[in-house]
Every structure is written in C-alpha cells, then in structure tokens.
Design a protein around this ligand. Structure first.
Ligand code: PGA
Length: 251
C-alpha cells in the first residue's frame, strides 16, 4: 500500500493562490504509489478541486461538531461533505493549543465527521514539556483513547502524530522518534490498528524519505513545505521512493 502525503495549508492560499499552486503542481510519481491529500482553507476548497490536475483527495482543516445552528463562523461536517470534501483534519495541534480544543471536543468532532461520511484524520502529539517529563506514552494513549469509540464505525480513518515541538519550528523528530511514537499510537488504537499513521512536524524534501521509511510511518502531514508546488512535489516523490515498513498493515 502506498504512502499518504498530505498538505495542510493552514490559513494560506486563497482561491486565486490555490489555482496558481495547482497550475504548477506536477510531481513525477507512479500512479498508485502515493495517495496525495490537500487540506486547503474552506474558501479555497472549490478552486482547489477544480484546478488540481493530479489525482488527489481533498479535505477541510476543522469542523464543528453540530450539524447546524447559531455558531457564527463555523462549518459543519455535513456542509464540508456537501462542498465536496472527503477528509477532515480533527484536533490539529493549533486547534488544541491556540483555540483550546480538549479531548472531549476532538472526540465529538471525530464522531460528527464519521456520521457525515468524512474520513477523519485525527491529530495527536505531545508538548515539549510533556516529552521532557517522560509523559510521551501517557499523552498519546490519552489522546488516542479519547477518539477510538468515535471513529469505530468509520469506513476509513487516519491518525497524524505531530509532536507539538516540531510543528513549524524546523525541529524534526528523528525517524527513530517517529517510529517509537507511532508504535505507541498503533498499540493504543487496539482493533483499529490498521489505520494509516502519518508523521507531521517540519517535514521537508530532505527528511521526508527517511521519515517515511521508518517502521510504522505510513505517510506525512506537511504544513509549511506544502505551500510551494515544487517543494511539495518533491515530498510526494519521496513518498513514492520510501520503503514500506508496516508490520501491521503489511505483515
Ligand atoms: P509544519 O506543520 O510542516 O509546518 O511543521 C505541520 C502541521 O502543522 O501539520
């Protein structure tokens, strides 16, 4: 099974910039070797889907857990699905740490995504202080434990392990760090252990292949380096070249 290479544009690339990105996004990779996903801002979703020339899946970066209601500025999972999204990032570290989402809200959003027919990509990861205090396993088990019930009925879902200290900082986990954390996530997933687990946090063309060749690393979730079509294209190519090592998914 191919690696997943996902781009999270965060609050970058409006509709015009999204179309410009796709006019230049032409990675060289064997069909079926990589699954490419994009998470553009909601307002750029349509322009992205219309202009993408390579096969790719599209998703939203966040949803509200309610179907509809008096929640100014929010978007429901149903609305995202209706607009053509197939995936939803859930519990990204910026949602957790900038917007204050806790495990209960993340779980409610994961459930809402599944009910609307979206594929949740649930993000987990420890703060630097938690890692230094030796709490990596405890934090990951808590965050994964909070969503397993909510996604149990999903036809498909993914986890992204993103150590908070590595996001947007230029600090990257080593392939060994990633493998260690992914093994914890995989074990915490229990019966759902065959879900792809992506690594995120300062992924670049230079480290993407070694990260994706580490045991249990099924792909990457890329922030800053997904904004440039040539740079992101090189990460896609790294995904196509990475060795597949996944003891659970490919025994
Ligand atoms: P980064 O972001 O690649 O810029 O570190 C990753 C993410 O937040 O998903």
């Amino acid at each position: 099974m191919g690696k997943v290479v996902a781009g999270n544009w965060k609050m970058h690339h409006g509709p015009v910039a999204a179309a410009a990105f796709f006019s230049r996004f032409k990675p060289r990779f064997a069909p079926d070797s990589v699954e490419i996903l994009f998470f553009p801002p909601d307002l750029s979703l349509a322009a992205s889907m219309e202009t993408a020339a390579v096969p790719a899946g599209f998703g939203v970066q966040n949803i509200h857990s309610a179907k509809e209601g008096a929640f100014t500025g929010e978007t429901s999972a149903e609305m995202a699905r209706g607009a053509g999204a197939r995936f939803a990032l859930i519990g990204h570290s910026e949602r957790r740490h900038v917007f204050g989402e806790g495990d209960a809200e993340v779980s409610a959003k994961a459930g809402a995504a599944v009910r609307a027919g979206l594929i949740p990509v649930v993000c987990v990861g420890e703060l630097l202080g938690e890692r230094r205090a030796g709490h990596l396993e405890q934090v990951l088990r808590r965050q994964v434990g909070a969503i397993v019930e909510a996604v149990a009925a999903a036809s498909r879902f993914m986890v992204a392990y993103e150590p908070v200290w590595a996001i947007g900082t230029g600090e990257t986990a080593t392939p060994g760090d990633a493998a260690e954390a992914h093994a914890i996530v995989r074990s915490a997933l229990g019966e759902l252990a065959s879900a792809p687990i992506l690594y995120g946090g300062s992924v670049k063309p230079g480290n993407a292949r070694s990260l994706m060749s580490a045991p249990d690393v099924d792909g990457v979730l890329v922030g800053g380096a997904s904004l440039d079509p040539d740079v992101f294209g090189r990460i896609v190519e790294a995904g196509a070249a990475a060795e597949s090592v996944n003891p659970v998914r490919e025994p």
